[in-house]
Design a protein around this ligand. Structure first.
Ligand SMILES: NC(=O)c1ccc[n+]([C@@H]2O[C@H](COP(=O)([O-])OP(=O)(O)OC[C@H]3O[C@@H](n4cnc5c(N)ncnc54)[C@H](OP(=O)(O)O)[C@@H]3O)[C@@H](O)[C@H]2O)c1
Length: 238
């Protein structure tokens, strides 16, 4: 445990597994109090107990990005129990719905994907950035993808959601700079999680801890500058 983020409150969406769990563990190991946000409470409890066993502090927040009321409840929790602080927001939760050509994707699938990957981060920023503005401090980190820089056949909607998330990030970063809020996007290649198809367990792939390391770097950058975008690639192609 280090204390670089002592007294800071971090909210991580999609903290139940994969990249979000690794980011949460990393931020807690640096002394932050982490709100673990996702739908699956039992998985969140597992992540919480791993953090607590390592001496960190984490709380569970029920969050469904498709349900704005759960986002507003999370904001209320921060106001009531955490002194209206949100120092770090990591918009990590996302879904892929990969493996189908666009013409086979239903409009409902499209709405679910955009609702989670794009409207979700928008609603989170809308709910939590005012706390950062009031504190004149904050980091917002959006987890995008190299699919937000490149074409992704059989993943067109996913790719479109991440291209859009990049545009949202660059623009809101300019809006929030005057408030001392640094907004960054992290765009990994294929990460060794259960995301999409396949099981984790390929050590040649980017590991969730690699993305957590990037997030740790972003939130400890000296105050006079910020890293606006990070692209993460595997050293050797898996
Ligand atoms: N893995 C990769 O290869 C890769 C590459 C580039 C970028 N990314 C991006 O990295 C992020 C995390 O990916 P991952 O690989 O860690 O995925 P993952 O293992 O499938 O985890 C996704 C997380 O998002 C949460 N989530 C999904 N829908 C949600 C909703 N409606 N409301 C709240 N939480 C929701 C899930 O929890 P619940 O189901 O419990 O809600 C889960 O904790 C995503 O944005 C993904 O696009 C992944």
């Amino acid at each position: 445990m280090t204390q670089e983020l002592k007294d800071q409150i971090a909210v991580v969406t999609g903290a139940a597994r994969g990249i979000g769990a690794a980011i949460s563990q990393q931020l807690a190991s640096m002394g932050a109090t982490v709100l673990l946000a996702a739908r699956d409470q039992s998985k969140l409890r597992e992540v919480q107990s791993q953090i607590q066993s390592a001496g960190g502090t984490a709380h569970i927040a029920q969050l469904d990005l498709l349900d704005e009321s759960s986002i507003l409840s999370l904001a209320d929790t921060l106001k009531a129990r955490h002194n209206s602080r949100c120092d770090i927001l990591v918009n990590n939760a996302g879904i892929g719905l990969l493996g189908k050509p666009l013409t086979e994707l239903t409009p409902t699938d499209w709405d679910t994907l955009m609702g989670t990957n794009l409207r979700g981060p928008y609603l989170m920023i809308r709910a939590l950035a005012p706390l950062m503005i009031a504190a004149n401090y904050g980091h917002i980190i959006n987890i995008s993808s190299l699919a937000g820089r490149n074409p992704l056949p059989n993943g067109a909607a996913y790719s479109a959601s991440k291209w859009a998330l990049n545009g949202l990030t660059y623009s809101v970063a300019e809006e929030l700079r005057p408030h001392n809020i640094r907004v960054s996007v992290v765009a990994p290649g294929s990460v060794d999680t259960g995301f999409g198809r396949g099981e984790p367990g390929n050590p040649r792939k980017i590991q969730p801890t690699d993305i957590a390391h990037v997030v740790a770097t972003l939130v400890t950058q000296a105050p006079q500058s910020f890293i606006s975008e990070v692209l993460v690639r595997p050293t050797q192609k898996p």
